[in-house]
Design a binder for this molecule. Sequence first.
Ligand SMILES: NC(=O)c1ccc[n+]([C@@H]2O[C@H](COP(=O)([O-])OP(=O)(O)OC[C@H]3O[C@@H](n4cnc5c(N)ncnc54)[C@H](OP(=O)(O)O)[C@@H]3O)[C@@H](O)[C@H]2O)c1
Length: 327
Amino acid sequence: MKALIYKKYGNPTEVFRLENVKKPVPKPHDVLVRVYATTVNRTDEGLVTARYVVSRIFTGLFTPKKWIPGTDFAGQIEAVGPEVTSFKVGDRVFGFDDEILSSHAEYLTLSENGTILHMPIGSSYEQAAASCEGAHYAYNFIKKVDVKNGQKVLVNGATGAIGSAAVQLLHYLRAEVVAVANTKNLELVKKLGAVQVMDYTQNDFTITEEKYDFIFDAVGKSSFSKCKRLLNPKGIYISSELGWMASNIFHAMVTPLFRGKKVIFPIPVDIKKSLSFIKKLIEEGKFEAVIDRTYPLEKIIEAYKYVQTGQKTGNVVINMVTVMDKP
Ligand SMILES: NC(=O)c1ccc[n+]([C@@H]2O[C@H](COP(=O)([O-])OP(=O)(O)OC[C@H]3O[C@@H](n4cnc5c(N)ncnc54)[C@H](OP(=O)(O)O)[C@@H]3O)[C@@H](O)[C@H]2O)c1
């Protein structure tokens, strides 16, 4: 099978090779999935470059333990181990795991008890794959706080994979969403559910007299110190990035000791729970992943280069389906 391979951490353009490798064989509790769509996301890019040294604790201290990257997939089950009871050959499935599923390949194996679910009814493979990583993080960030009907929430970076999912989830919870985005995407974020938009290329969103119950910085470009003034007396600030000198971790430890404005730095957990929730929303027509570009597997290194710009709108999908094997 064709797979993207890397044997050392570094810049994707230098460390990646597209190679032919042996197709994996499922163990007794595993399923073999023919991958039809996957994404290149900021988690993949962060793990391959090992930008945050701490990620090496999970992926390998000096060199990567798993040579094939990729954290999400949508595809079809081609074979099952003899002990598998929850899935059968032909099932359409999707999943995500930030501890790496090696989904940047034509096939992968994973345990039937892993983070794999039946696909949302009516969803395409591209849509299902694009509904995992950003949506999982957005769901976890939002679940950490109790967002109520009518509360005012500002989402900075509303056009990333996390931000575009967050706007939709907050809209679903009936929050009043104010989204910060680039000029070219103001209409998009309105469609996702924002009642008000701010163009970050024209204005600094922190220069305002507006007050918010929550500020979600889904792109990690702001700071608590700049946003504090914008929060209501019990307002909460959440960022997807550690912040300068890991200041968001520091504030998340210190601010809860006092009454008033707080910082929360959620550690995303329980992927199966978030994906089940997103699946339900997709089936109800209340969530649709934003897809920026689609690349074939042969162009996956180009896709990594694009993701590295930090300018993707929503998700970047790798479509593995050729005309020959279209299901
Ligand atoms: N904490 C976690 O567990 C976790 C997990 C995964 C990712 N992350 C981090 O979360 C961040 C977001 O990742 P992502 O995949 O959703 O998106 P992304 O690829 O980082 O894209 C960011 C989006 O934000 C917009 N943007 C860029 N600069 C901006 C600014 N100054 N103000 C407002 N919007 C701006 C971009 O729009 P333009 O087109 O205008 O540039 C783009 O659409 C990344 O920094 C990533 O490292 C954290």
